[in-house]
Design a protein around this ligand. Structure first.
Ligand SMILES: CC(C)(COP(=O)(O)OP(=O)(O)OC[C@H]1O[C@@H](n2cnc3c(N)ncnc32)[C@H](O)[C@@H]1OP(=O)(O)O)[C@@H](O)C(=O)NCCC(=O)NCCS
Length: 179
């Protein structure tokens, strides 16, 4: 069931049966997973289904499937959560997995839509996210969607061997101007 839509996208909760070869392929593609925590272990149908099932069982996490409305194609996922109900805040993260869908503004559109949904449907006051320092596409998409960089965590993550990276931390408040 579609939860909400944006101009070119529709969003619904991801189900275990959405673990298609294409989706599993995104997670194992070094060009896609280089900025994702999932890269630390190989992904297959069982691991993806188990992950989706666990997320769906958590009432404070909304793992959503992003479909291109025109074609009905599954192009990526976006997660709102965990939600911290005490503080009316949440984390957001996403993946536009289909490489031929990159650079078309879909990440920006999805972040905007889910952020507004978090504010209006879940009463959130603050949504925050992080991205690796050289993930310029992600940084740009969050900035275009109205997020503000609040910090930079130095040498926060392992890339490979001795190479480490910093991580940008950003957030958008419900009271921030429209973006
Ligand atoms: C990062 C990612 C989300 C960007 O998705 P996208 O749909 O291509 O992003 P958008 O089309 O909305 O682009 C937003 C802006 O970033 C720019 N951009 C996109 N990819 C870029 C890249 N690799 N390098 C530099 N800029 C980039 C776009 O040109 C656009 O800026 P503009 O409007 O000024 O031209 C997508 O590449 C992805 O999912 N990658 C793999 C997983 C990942 O990194 N997830 C995020 C983890 S924090």
């Amino acid at each position: 069931m579609t939860l909400f839509t944006s101009q070119r996208l529709r969003f619904r909760e991801l189900r275990p049966e959405d673990a298609s070869p294409a989706y599993i392929g995104w997670l194992n593609d070094p060009a896609i997973n280089r900025y994702l925590e999932t890269r630390f272990s190989p992904q297959d149908a069982d691991s993806v289904r188990a992950f989706v099932t666990a997320q769906a069982a958590n009432p404070d996490i909304f793992l959503l499937r992003i479909d291109q409305t025109e074609s009905g194609t599954h192009i990526g996922n976006i997660k709102l959560g965990p939600i911290n109900r005490n503080h009316s805040s949440a984390h957001i993260s996403l993946l536009i997995g289909a490489r031929d869908m990159h650079g078309k503004g879909y990440a920006t559109e999805a972040i905007r839509a889910v952020t507004q949904w978090g504010f209006s449907e879940h009463g959130l006051m603050r949504i925050e996210a992080g991205c690796y320092a050289d993930n310029l596409g992600s940084l740009r998409a969050f900035l275009k969607a109205g997020y503000t960089v609040e910090g930079f965590m130095r040498s926060a993550v392992n890339i490979t061997g001795n190479v480490r990276s910093g991580v940008f931390w950003f957030a958008r408040l419900a009271t921030d101007p429209a973006a």
